[in-house]
Design a protein around this ligand. Sequence first.
Ligand SMILES: [Zn+2]
Length: 203
Amino acid sequence: MTVADRVPPLAASALHCTGSRAPDRNGRGDRNGHGVKVELLAALTTVGDAWHTHCPRVADEWREVLWLWDRWTSLLPGVDIIGIFPGDPGGCSRNGCTHETYIGGSAEVAALARRNIPSVEVELGTWGPPFFAWKIIKGPDGWQGEFVPQFQGTAWAFDKPRADAAMTYLLKRLPVFPPGTSVAINLGFNGDGNPVGEQDARP
Ligand SMILES: [Zn+2]
C-alpha cells in the first residue's frame, strides 16, 4: 500500500464549504455561512483503518503523518478549526516518546495547518481521562505501534507528577503555537467528570 492509498476518499466530499462568512450567535464568523463552525479533529499520529500509531521519532512514519495532515488541510480549506488530539488509541510510547514529543509534533502540525488555511483556529487537545499514552500506554513485546485492544487499559493510568510535568511543559511551549490557539482540557483527568484530590486538574 502506498501513502496515497491511505488518503480517505470521503474527505473532500464530507464537508461542503462555500468559503462565505456569516456571524454566529457569538458574533464570530464561520466559513460555511450557516452559523456553524466546522472542526477537523484527528489524533496526531493515528494512521489508517488499522489505527496504527505512527512514531514521530521514526522518520518515514513522521513524514507520512505530516503528509496526511497536509492532504487533509489541503482538501478541506473551508474548515474553521483544526483539532489535534493525543489519542485514540493512545499515542506513541515507543522510542522515548513523551508528552513533549506530542506537544512538539502538534506545534509542527499546527504550523502546517495555518500555512494551508491561514485563518484556521487551532485547538490542542490535552490528556486524560484516560491519561492517554505518550509514555503511558504499553504494548506487547516487539510492539511497533499496532492497535492492540488488550493493552488499551494500560492507558488508564493517572500519575500526578506526570500530569504536572506535562501541563507545565505545555504552558512553557504555548508560545510556539499560532496566536489564538485553544487548549482543550479533557474532563480534568477523571472519566466521570468529577475529579477529586490528585486527579483534579483545576488550580
Ligand atoms: Zn514514538
